[in-house]
Design a protein around this ligand. Sequence first.
Ligand SMILES: [Zn+2]
Ligand SMILES: [Zn+2]
Length: 100
Amino acid sequence: MAAGRAELATYEYRKTRARILATSTVCIVCGHGGSDAVDHIVAVKRGGARLDPQNMAPIHGVDGCPVCLRKCNNEKGDKPLAEVRRLVTSRDWYAGPSRL
Ligand SMILES: [Zn+2]
Ligand SMILES: [Zn+2]
């Protein structure tokens, strides 16, 4: 019975993920497009809603970001989003090629 529930939750999760990625693929961690996964904005462990689309956003999954090569989902883990984003501030990802 527990397995059945877990399967259902996975199905719901996939459906929600597809819906979110159809709307946007801009990663919540690095701000680049091309996300292939979604993550909870507030981790479920921290009281976030597991299947609430309001609590889910695109994020780069196992393959990482094609633009900045960060493994955004790995970096985020269960950390609050603000904490993960703060780690990026040493570089301006939006500066454009002229700054390189
Ligand atoms: Zn990313
Ligand atoms: Zn990126």
